[in-house]
Design a protein around this ligand. Structure first.
Ligand SMILES: Cc1cc2nc3c(=O)[nH]c(=O)nc-3n(C[C@H](O)[C@H](O)[C@H](O)COP(=O)(O)O)c2cc1C
Length: 201
């Protein structure tokens, strides 16, 4: 089974309703390491060598965060700037991340309608273009984002349903029970992603 490093970035986790439950759900899987960046680095003083070691020892990277101004919270951007070094992550000798999978798990206050295709609108996948592009530069396989929309209107039972869907998805991905060729073409890992799970779990 593939190992999963979940990089979690939430500046106000004590107030979280959605990410808290999502994290509890996947944190129960044996092969998932939860790495809470705001807990580890409250002063933004990121240890690049330690982060690189963690990345090297896992096969799949998840970046999980609430959408803040259509982007990841600031510490995740700082993490990218410090950890993804030339000669290690990219460049002619930078192959440390080659072949690893990367996807984002994102909660949004905006509804799915806000992030659907249309005039003056952008999908979450479009808004994630910098992360998709960095994954190309670092020779990683980028997968569409797992999304939970309309967070302010969700009841606890709705959040628990999303969390169960998330757990199923991460388990299926890490046990190679997902049809990744179809998955890559999706804009987002929504409720339809369950149809791509190849075998009963
Ligand atoms: C500073 C700030 C910026 C935000 N920006 C966005 C945004 O750009 N788009 C959006 O859909 N929601 C936005 N939100 C709503 C958060 O994404 C939402 O509260 C969060 O995903 C809920 O997850 P949680 O319960 O784990 O905190 C923003 C919230 C804050 C506090």
């Amino acid at each position: 089974m593939a190992s999963v490093l979940l990089l979690f970035a939430h500046p106000a986790f004590h107030k979280s309703r959605v990410n808290k439950i999502l994290i509890e759900s996947v944190g129960g899987l044996d092969n998932v390491t939860i790495h809470d960046l705001y807990e580890e680095y409250p002063d933004f003083n990121i240890d690049a060598a330690r982060e690189q070691e963690l990345l090297e020892s896992h096969d799949i990277l998840i970046m999980q965060f609430p959408f803040f101004w259509y982007a990841p919270p600031a510490l995740l951007k700082e993490w990218e700037d410090i950890v993804l070094e030339h000669g290690w992550a990219y460049g002619s000798t930078g192959k440390a991340l080659e072949g690893k999978k990367l996807f984002c798990t994102i909660s949004t206050g905006g509804s799915s309608q806000v992030y659907s295709k249309g005039a003056k609108r952008f999908t979450i996948r479009q808004l994630l273009a910098p992360i998709e592009k960095l994954s190309q530069l670092c020779h990683m396989d980028f997968l569409p984002p797992f999304t939970v929309h309309g967070t302010h209107l969700l009841k606890e039972e709705d959040i628990r349903e999303h969390a169960e869907r998330y757990r199923r998805f991460v388990f299926a991905l890490s046990s190679e029970k997902l049809d990744c060729s179809k998955l890559e073409k999706l804009d987002t890992i929504d409720e339809n992603a369950d149809k791509l799970i190849l075998k009963a779990l």
